[in-house]
Design a protein around this ligand. Structure first.
Ligand code: UDP
Length: 323
């Protein structure tokens, strides 16, 4: 049985990857320090013999006994309000965490896939963003802690590939949504849906003309899975190119949820990218992958998930003690 280590395994993307690898017959080790991840996302896997959970911070030395075939490094805060609250951990998990896992991959002769991000393009001056674009990131701005950690991670991953011949993959993940996002993580999908469910106005930051392109979780997992089993080493965009302004998006959420609330406007956070849309020609040609789930369908699934949560969850604004 092939063994895979998934860091951030109790998080949104990580837990869905755990499910997928279990379904595909792998032995799965999920590792998480539960700062932004949640045990509930993987509790259903605990009874399985081919699943283990390690409560561990990957910025500390990582030890896995025995053989290991694959590593997926998905540990990191991923929402702007999280990484603004825990900037040092965000920098450490993308840099020291990546370094530890690359070292582990070398030791075990494992293939490693790292979760990079569209944030490596920063506030992009090229639109849509293709993999050859170097990006427009402010290293010292508030979002720099995430963006630069991920840029460093890409750099050191390529260095391990070139210098040690390590088998590596780099997924540049664009905005992804789905069940198991934290209602209070501040990202726009849970933010708007939480507001609609609580009967609050929807807060648009800026004038709402900024764009994003949202990918449903099942499509994202399929793209990542295909990338791991391809032999493609350079970074590759995985996202849904269907672009929408945040204002149009808010209107879609109002229609979907039937809320009577209105839209209110708040200041645009510093360094908030004005446009974002993945160019996915490479993913199509190399992985034979493209997203299949339309936004209308995916948003309904995630809204049903949020509605199914315990009402206490809905009221909780902040339930985590950041270290
Ligand atoms: N946004 C918003 N209202 C909210 C939360 C987010 O208008 O309550 C905007 C945010 O400023 C950004 C976009 O929605 O322009 C997407 O934000 P998110 O935090 O989901 O992800 P990002 O793509 O910025 O990392």
């Amino acid at each position: 049985m092939k063994k895979v280590l998934i860091t951030g395994g109790a998080g949104f993307l990580g837990s869905h990857l755990c499910d997928r690898f279990i379904e595909e017959g792998f032995y799965v080790i999920a590792m998480d320090n539960l700062i932004t991840g949640d045990r509930k996302n993987i509790e259903h896997l605990f009874p399985l013999k081919q699943f283990e959970f390690y409560y561990h911070d990957v910025t500390k030395f990582v030890h896995i006994p025995g053989k290991l075939d694959y590593i997926l490094h998905f540990a990191s805060p991923a929402s702007p309000i999280d990484y603004l609250k825990i900037p040092i951990q965000t920098l450490k998990v993308g840099s020291l965490g990546a370094l530890n896992l690359l070292g582990l991959a070398k030791e075990k002769k494992a293939t490693i896939l790292v979760a990079s991000t569209s944030e490596v393009y920063g506030d992009p001056l090229v639109h849509p963003q293709n993999e050859d674009y170097y990006g427009n990131v402010s290293p010292v701005g508030p979002r720099g802690v995430y963006d630069e950690a991920k840029r460093f991670m890409e750099s050191i991953t390529m260095a391990y590939h070139r210098f040690h011949g390590l088998d590596t993959r780099i997924a540049r993940i664009f905005n992804t949504y789905g069940p198991r996002m934290r209602l209070n993580d501040g990202r726009v999908v849970p933010a708007f849906m939480g507001q609609a469910l609580r009967g609050e106005d929807l807060t648009i930051f800026g004038d709402g003309s900024q764009t994003r392109s949202f990918c449903f979780i099942d499509d994202q997992v399929e793209g990542i899975y295909r990338l791991l089993f391809s032999d493609y080493v350079d970074p590759i965009n995985i996202g849904n190119p269907h672009e929408v302004t945040i204002k149009e998006f808010a209107e879609e959420i109002i229609k979907l949820t039937g809320t009577n609330q209105k839209i209110v406007y708040r200041p645009l956070p510093e360094d908030d990218p004005l446009q974002r849309q993945p160019e996915i020609t490479k993913a199509k040609e190399i992985l034979g992958w493209e997203p299949k789930v339309m936004r209308e369908e995916g948003l309904k699934i995630v809204y049903d998930y949020f509605k199914s949560l315990n009402p206490n969850e809905l009221q909780k604004r902040e339930h985590r003690n950041f270290l």
